[in-house]
Design a protein around this ligand. Structure first.
Ligand code: ZN
Length: 369
C-alpha cells in the first residue's frame, strides 16, 4: 500500500533503552538522531504518521509506537504515565477515564484538556544538559522539567530555558531558538520552585482524588480566613490576596495571556461542583498555600491522604465495618449508589474499596462503569 499513514507497523531495527528520566519525546529525538532519518520518516516509523514530531506532549497514535517497539520499553501504560505529561493528568483523572486509558480504549491525549492554559513549550536546564552531554554524549528532555507549570530546575536552582517557535522536527535541547524563562526575584524563584515540587508530587502520586484535594483545600483556606465554610469566603478578598503574591506577579508579567488563573479561580476550585482536574492549577494552588505559609505542600498531601484513611481507621478500632455500610454496599450497584445510601461521595467509597479488602469483597458485584 502506498499510503504511508496506513502501512503495517514493523518492528524497529534499533530500540535503545531509556536514559534517566527522559520523556518519550526525548527518546524519539535520540532514536531519530541514531537512525539519521528524515523527520517525516521517523514520524512514520515510530507513530505511523509523518507529522508525529509536532505532537510532543503525547505522540499519537500510541498503539503504533507500542507495536514497533514491542516490550523493550515497558508496558505502554507505564510509558504514557511515566514518560509523558499525560501522567500528571492521569493522576487527577476520573477513575473511569484512567481505566479506559489503561486498557487502550481511549487515546492518552483524551485526558489532557485542550483549554487547560498549560504552556506547551519544551523546557530544559542548561546545567542538566551539559551533565548529560558529558555522560551520555547527548542532552535529554527531562520529565521533571516538562511537568505542567514547572519552569525551574530544582536540582540546580535555576530557571529553565524554553524552546520557542514551531516544533516541526525531533529537536534536542539547545538546538532551536530558545530563551531563559524570566524570573525577576528571589521570591518569584522560591514560589516557582514550590510549583515544581507540587507538580512532582502530583505525577508521582499516580492516583489522586480531586474531590478529596478540594475538601482539604477548603479546610486550608477557610481556616486561614477564619471562615466557617467555603460559602462564607469572600471571593474578592481571596482573589486580591492572590494578586499580591509573588506567584501571581510572575504570571502577570511572564504569561499575561494565561487563561488558567482568571479572576476568582481559587474560590471557583473550592466551590465548584465539578472537580478541578488540571494539574497545573493544583500545582500553583499548593505552591500558593506554601507561599502564604498556610500549608506546606507535603503536609497538604499527607492530610488529604489521611482524610481517606481516617474513616477506615475508625472502623478498624470498632473491629469491623458497620453492618449499615456493608448493607449499603450489598444493595448498591456501583460506588455512587453506595455513597448516596451512606451519605458520602462516590469517590470516597472507591477509596475505601481500594484500601479495604473487606469492602473490596462486598463490592465485587458492582458494575465497573
Ligand atoms: Zn538542572
Amino acid at each position: 500500500m502506498s499510503d504511508e499513514t496506513l502501512c503495517t507497523p514493523q518492528r524497529l531495527p534499533i530500540v535503545q533503552s531509556w536514559a534517566e528520566d527522559e520523556t518519550l519525546y526525548s527518546w524519539c529525538c535520540r532514536w531519530h538522531r541514531l537512525t539519521m532519518n528524515r523527520t517525516r520518516s521517523s514520524g512514520n516509523a515510530l507513530f505511523g504518521v509523518p507529522s508525529a514530531a509536532k505532537v510532543w506532549i503525547s505522540p499519537n497514535p500510541f498503539g503504533h509506537f507500542s507495536a514497533v517497539t514491542g516490550t523493550t520499553l515497558g508496558h505502554p501504560f507505564a510509558v504514557v504515565r511515566g514518560r509523558t505529561i499525560v501522567g500528571s493528568f492521569l493522576a487527577l483523572a476520573r477513575p473511569e477515564d484512567r481505566r479506559r486509558v489503561e486498557t487502550g480504549e481511549i487515546p492518552p491525549s483524551f485526558v489532557v484538556s485542550a483549554k487547560s492554559g498549560i504552556p506547551l513549550s519544551l523546557r530544559y536546564c542548561p546545567k542538566c544538559a551539559s551533565r548529560h552531554r558529558s555522560s551520555l554524549g547527548i542532552a535529554l528532555w527531562r520529565m521533571s522539567h516538562q511537568l505542567p507549570g514547572v519552569v525551574v530546575c530544582t536540582e540546580h536552582g535555576q530557571p529553565l530555558v524554553e524552546h520557542i517557535g514551531k516544533r516541526q522536527s525531533w529537536s534536542l535541547p539547545g538546538t532551536d531558538d530558545s530563551r531563559e524563562i524570566d524570573i525577576a526575584s528571589g521570591a518569584e524563584f522560591v514560589a516557582l520552585r514550590s510549583v515544581a515540587v507540587a507538580a512532582r508530587y502530583i505525577v508521582e502520586s499516580g492516583v489522586l482524588d480531586a474531590d478529596i484535594l478540594r475538601a482539604r483545600g477548603q479546610i486550608v483556606v477557610c481556616e486561614s480566613y477564619g471562615a466557617l465554610d467555603v460559602k462564607r469566603l469572600d471571593p474578592h478578598a481571596v482573589h486580591s490576596d492572590w494578586q499580591s503574591s509573588a506567584l501571581a506577579g510572575w504570571c502577570r508579567r511572564v504569561q499575561p495571556e494565561q487563561v488558567a488563573f482568571p479572576e476568582f479561580w481559587i474560590t471557583d476550585i473550592l466551590r465548584s461542583r465539578r472537580s478541578e482536574r488540571n494539574p497545573m492549577k493544583w500545582a500553583f494552588l499548593l505552591a500558593y498555600f506554601q507561599e502564604r505559609a498556610w500549608s506546606p505542600i507535603e503536609g497538604f498531601f499527607a492530610h488529604a491522604k489521611s482524610m481517606v484513611d481516617h474513616q477506615l481507621h475508625l472502623w478498624s478500632q470498632m473491629e469491623s465495618i458497620p453492618i449499615s455500610v456493608l448493607d449499603a454496599f450489598a444493595k448498591a450497584r456501583n460506588s455512587r449508589q453506595a455513597g448516596r445510601i451512606i451519605g458520602v461521595t462516590g469517590s470516597t467509597v472507591r477509596h475505601w474499596v481500594r484500601a479495604s479488602p473487606e469492602l473490596a469483597a462486598v463490592s465485587r458485584h458492582w458494575r465497573l462503569r
